[in-house]
Structure formats: C-alpha cells, structure tokens
Design a protein. Structure first.
Length: 728
C-alpha cells in the first residue's frame, strides 16, 4: 500500500484515499490528475472496496483510456482486459453491442463518423428534394446532433417557426433512414444507451449494482446528456468521483456544459471538493501569468496554481509590424533555440484560428524547418482507408447504403451518376437497400455480386486476412499501384492490415459481458471511434503547429502563442456570445499552461485574414498579465496600438519606429485620408470609449469627422469639433 501512495502529495493522497462518497476533484493544469485517477482505482481494488469489474472509468480520449490501463497494469498484478475504462462513446458502443436487441439495433450495427453522417444527410436531402442551400447539410447535422446531445427525439423538439419545423422533419426522416440501414452516429450512441438504461429496469439495475464506483476524467467537458447518463448509472447508490478543471472548459461549441460541475456539487451534496494546485509542469512565472488571467472570470470554483520549481524565465512578448514579420521572427527564434540544443518536437506554435497557419507554414517551409500540423488528416479519415472500410462495412452489413454509395464506382466500373440515381429511386420506391435493389439486376448487379464474392472469400478468415482479401479482390491495391502518387496510399492500406492485427492482439474476444471483440463489426466500430483521435508522430524532430483547442492535454518545453490581438484572440465572436469572453479566457489559460520552461506571446499590428488587411489592438490578455512577468523584445515606446476591424480594408498600415519607411505610394494614400490633423491608422484616446484606431476620415474644418474602431466598444463615427480625441 505504501508503494502505491508514497509518491502522492497531501491533496493527491486525500483524494485517492477518500472513503466511499461522491467527490469533486478540482485538478489544475499539470497537477497530476491522471495519477490521482489511476491510483484511486488501484487503491479501491487493493483495499478490497471494489473488484476490477465493479469500476467504471470514463475518459474523453482513447489515448487517456489506454494510458490509464497501462498505469494500472504497472501498479497491480491484475488483468485489466475486462475493465470498463473508455470514452463515453466507446462505453456506450460496448453497452449497445451487449444489448442490441433491447436497444432496437441489429447485431452488426455500424457507426457513422462525422464524414459518413454528412454524406448520409446529403443523400437524404437529395432523396427528399430539399434545397441544400436553404438547409445546408452541415447545419442539419449540427441541429440533429445538438438535439440528441440535449436528449431530444424529434417529437420532443419545440418548433416555433416553419424553418425549425422543417429541420425537425428532416431529423425524423434521418432517423428513419439510419434505422433502415442499421447505422448510428456518434450522438446516437450516447442517446440510445441512455434511453436503454432509462426504460429497461432490469438492465439498468444490473449495471447500477455492478458499477459501485464511477470515475470521470475531464468532467468539465461533459455535455447535458453525458451528465444525465452518469446520474442514471449512479442512481443505484454508486459513488461518483469526478475530476476536472472548470478553468479548462473550452468546448462549449461542442455542447460542453461547465455548469455541470456546480450542478454535481449541489445535486449530489458533495462534501469533499479537493483542490490539486501544485503544478509539476511549468515554472512559476508561467503559472503566475495563467493565474492572473483566469482570475478575471466570474463564478469560478477557484484554485491557484503554484510550483516549487522556481520562477524560471520571464515571459517574452513581441509586437510585429504585420503577420509576415511575426512569422519571420518566430522562425528565427526557433532556429536559435534549436542551435542551443533544444529539440524542435519540444516546441509548439499555437494559434487561435486555422486561418493563421498559412503565413506561419510558409515561413517555416521557406526556412527549411520541419514541422507537423497536429490534428491534421487522421488515419481512418484518409481517402484510401475510408474506401477499404466501406468494403469491410458491406461485408458486415450489405444494406449499409452509405458504404455502398462510397465504393459502388470506386475503383471505376463505368457506373455513372444517372445509373446510381436510378438505383436510389428504385430502392426508395421498394423501400429496400441499394444492395437489395442492385441484386435484382441492372448495371449495378456486378457490384452486388462483388460484395457477395467478398463475403464468401472472407468466410472463416481472421480479421487481418479479411482485410488483405478485401484490398486485393476489391481492386483497391491494383488501382493505387497505377496512380502517380499512389505509394503513400498503398502504405496506408498496408497500415490498415497492421491496425487489424493490433486490434486482434489487444482486444481479445467477446465474453458474456459484451466486451469488444476482434471480429469485423467490432473492428469497424473501433475505426469509427478512433477517427476522432490523432497524435503527433514520434521520431521526427519537427516543430508542432496546432490550434489552441488541439493543444489541450499536451505540454512542451517552449510554447509560442501567436496572433494575440483583439478580435482574433479573444475571438470577435466572443463579444456576441453569452459568457463568450470567459470561454476565450479559459482558452488562453489552457494555451499558457502548455509551456514548461519558456513562453512567447506575440501579436501583429496588421494582419491579412480572409483577403483583407486588419488593424489590430493588442489582445486584452496582455493587460491581464502583470507587467513584471513580461519581457518585451520590441522597444516599448514603439509598440503601437491599432484595432481589429472585421470587414474593413485600410489604405496604409501604421509603421512602428524600427521599421523602414513605407513606400511613397503608401504615404500619398495616407496623406489623402487625413482630417483635422488626424490620419488613418493613428491611435487615439477617447474619454468614454477608451483607446482605438482611426480607420476612416472625411471632411475638413468644422465638418471633419473620423471613424474609430474602439475594439469591444465597436466602430464609431466622431465629429472632431465635438469629440475630444487625443493622439496616443
């Protein structure tokens, strides 16, 4: 027991050894929450309070689940294979596989990833002759998923206008289509599992009595339905051990509800809220900056990160003339750090919006610096892999229309769009699948015969052998051998066979509890669930590029946070959304706490985004960091201030003192746009609206007026004879 607990600090020890009761663990960034969760499970098992099969642990990524299982295996001499540790979607898939009849699903139901769901909705809109401009497929998908995540079926959705009523109707038709094809989407996994437990008392009591300890990681990221699912499972007297950090709740756009933490504390009368505040990742200055930023948020549960690692280096801040100069400076800093011996893979370049990456990538490419865009195209989402999986899906379930349409003419078989459209019309009239319709004859009959041939050829084969047969008989390998750039695609197909082998080796066989198996249906479910996961490759010494959202859960020796400008970070949409600025501040908190040793903050006075030049005020987050923590790398007196102005194009940028003079043509355009001694691009101060930048000017004398962007106060026209503006 002492070996299990002796590496824990006092708050960690208190959390791990809590008696059976509901508990909320506020785990700050880098405070060892995975260690606490894993050790809690090991302690419960070692002290005899629970067996491995009596514990349910929910994580938000497959990577976290695998890490937890690996740590448990190292801690205890137990077989972890039968333990229920996984993501919400993974655990719900497991539950539905075991009780597919009670859930109203076919035994070999398939899971639609987001791309498959979008394709299914496009097919539906076409079949119903719905205008996809008025009802864009992605918007329809978001609407359906949003209703499901709120626990609402079509009949329960309130519709007060014709547009919403139509979307509800599409939701109902989409459900009918999925039912016919024997498929479920991600949101359906959770909703169907919740409904199964809610209405089926014997099944609910079975799992409530089995799982006496329910542990939840990243609790701040749960949505409404996930929280209801947890409450349902805990309704039989189980103890909820929820670990999370309200300061790192950054997924509101996905439906995450940070309020679940306060609701849990109130509804379950949580008597133990333990704060893990000692940080084992970052130096003191970095943590002081993070604490100073996040304290501006209201209604926090409250904690303050600290470390005994010392203050470390100051936070370096840089103001660039434009985004190109910012990128150039970042490249030079990376070169210098690499020359000092720091591995590029231990450096991360973060940005708020994907639109920022083009300039950064161009600068890195031009400098010959290797980089990797973390969160790029995932393995199971690559075209050739998706094609192979579609064939495998047809072997498992020939009535899967989405899979049928994906590969009915790939590799090309001379089936044109008109032929496929006629096939769809016939299937709709007969109310049967495309495969069943094709089997009755016609131009697509040869493809239906190919599906039958594949199924027969794979009978009795192992999963890896099945994948091999499909790649050969389908013609996929032959097709990519003839492609000019086909070698990478062939390598990915080979990797799919390896993935099947690894799956069989790691997952085992189906048992009485419905554990995920090494059969084809389980592998396809695994592929769909894994499609949302992606880790940066190992081995290559490459700089890591990513959005701040993608950086959650990662850490690096050096972190650059670029584009820290009002309207960009914090994002301009945050002004219009309830609590939007608080979400942006949490996002900044996450970004800052990714850094272990050195942190860079940068912004540009002008930036090209969406084809327009934007003037930029430095992000308000700069003002929230104590000045003593910042080391400005650009002359303080030259640090200009501008204003983000979405949709406005400017004739000339404001020039910092250390830059070369602008071209004469720019000077002429600037001179043409002056009023009352003020010019476009000039920073000004107003008694009521604060600091802003002049973005337009007109008139002369007593009629002179200027248009000023005051950041969050908006863009305003001011008469110079009335407004008391002063130059900054």
């Amino acid at each position: 027991m002492s070996n299990l607990l002796n590496s824990l600090n006092p708050p960690q020890l208190a959390a791990v050894t809590l008696p059976p009761q509901h508990a909320l663990i506020l785990a700050g960034a880098g405070s060892g929450k995975t260690r606490v969760l894993t050790t809690r499970i090991a302690w419960l098992i070692q002290t005899g309070q629970a067996g491995p099969h009596g514990i349910l642990a929910v994580t938000f990524t497959n990577k976290a689940a695998k890490e937890m299982l690996l740590r448990l295996t190292a801690m205890l001499p137990i077989n972890t294979r039968g333990m229920w540790i996984g993501t919400f979607h993974g655990l719900c898939n497991r539950l539905l596989r075991a009780h597919h009849r009670d859930a109203g699903l076919p035994q070999l139901f398939q899971i639609l990833d987001s791309a498959d769901q979008l394709a299914a909705i496009k097919r539906l809109l076409k079949a119903l002759n719905v205008d996809d401009e008025k009802y864009p497929p992605r918007d329809v998908a978001n609407f359906i998923n949003g209703q499901k995540e709120a626990g609402l079926r079509p009949d329960a959705v309130e519709a007060w206008d014709d547009y919403t009523r139509k979307r509800v109707e599409l939701y109902r038709e989409y459900e009918a289509q999925c039912s016919r094809e024997g498929v479920v989407d991600f949101a359906e996994l959770l909703l169907r599992a919740y409904e199964l437990l809610q209405r089926n008392e014997p099944i609910r009591h079975h799992y409530q009595s089995r799982f006496r300890h329910i542990l939840v990681d990243e609790f701040q990221d749960t949505n409404v339905l996930q929280y209801r699912w947890l409450k349902l499972l805990a309704g039989g007297g189980a103890h909820l051990f929820c670990v999370g950090d309200d300061d790192q709740s950054i997924y509101a756009f996905r439906g995450a509800e940070v309020g679940n933490m306060r609701d849990f504390e109130r509804e379950f009368r949580v008597g133990n809220v333990i704060r893990l505040e000692q940080n084992y990742r970052s130096h003191g200055n970095i943590l002081d900056a993070a604490n100073a930023i996040i304290k501006h948020n209201e209604a926090r549960l409250g904690k303050n990160l600290w470390t005994d690692a010392g203050a470390g280096e100051p936070i370096r801040a840089y103001e660039a003339f434009n985004d190109t100069e910012e990128a150039r400076w970042i490249v030079e800093e990376i070169k210098s750090l690499a020359a000092e011996g720091l591995a590029r893979r231990e450096m991360a370049l973060l940005y708020r919006s994907n639109a920022q990456s083009r300039v950064l990538e161009h600068a890195l490419f031009s400098a010959g610096l290797p980089y990797r865009v973390y969160g790029g195209l995932r393995f199971f989402e690559r075209q050739e892999v998706k094609h192979a999986l579609a064939y495998l899906r047809l072997i498992a379930n020939a009535d899967d229309d989405g899979a049928f349409l994906r590969v009915v003419n790939f590799p090309a078989r001379g089936l044109g769009a008109r032929t496929i459209e006629q096939l769809q019309d016939a299937a709709k009239i007969a109310k049967v699948s495309l495969y069943a319709t094709a089997n009755q004859g016609g131009k697509a009959a040869a493809f239906a015969a190919l599906v039958d041939k594949l199924r027969a050829a794979c009978e009795g084969l192992t999963l890896p052998e099945t994948v091999e047969q499909v790649l050969e008989i389908s013609g996929l390998r032959a097709h990519y051998r003839t492609e000019k750039e086909g070698q990478d695609r062939l390598a990915n197909l080979d990797e799919l066979v390896n993935a099947a082998e690894n799956f069989v080796a790691e997952e085992g066989n189906v048992d009485a509890e419905g554990e995920v198996s090494g059969d084809l249906a389980a592998f396809l479910a695994h592929a769909s669930l894994e499609a949302g996961e992606h880790q940066a490759g190992e081995g290559d010494d490459a700089l890591q590029l990513m959005t701040v959202h993608s950086a959650k859960g990662l850490e690096f020796d050096v972190v650059f946070i670029s584009g820290l400008e009002e309207g960009l970070f914090p994002h301009e949409n945050s002004v219009r959304e309830d609590k939007g600025l608080e979400e942006e501040r949490r996002l900044m908190y996450v970004a800052v706490t990714r850094a272990r040793k050195r942190l860079y903050l940068s912004h540009a006075q002008t930036r090209m985004l969406h084809g327009q030049t934007r003037y930029n005020l430095p992000s308000s987050f700069f003002d929230e960091v104590p000045e003593g923590l910042l080391k400005w790398l650009t002359p303080k007196l030259a640090r200009g201030h501008g204003a983000v102005s979405p949709g406005l194009t400017f004739s000339a940028p404001r020039r910092p003192a250390w830059n070369a003079p602008p071209p004469a043509a720019v000077m002429r355009r600037t001179a043409e746009k002056e009023a009352g001694g003020f010019r476009i691009g000039q920073s000004v101060q107003h008694a009521k609206f604060g600091q802003g930048v002049i973005v337009n000017a007109e008139g002369a004398g007593s009629d002179a007026r200027v248009q000023v962007n005051f950041g969050r106060e908006g863009v305003k026209w001011l008469a110079l004879s009335v407004a008391k503006l002063t130059a900054v």
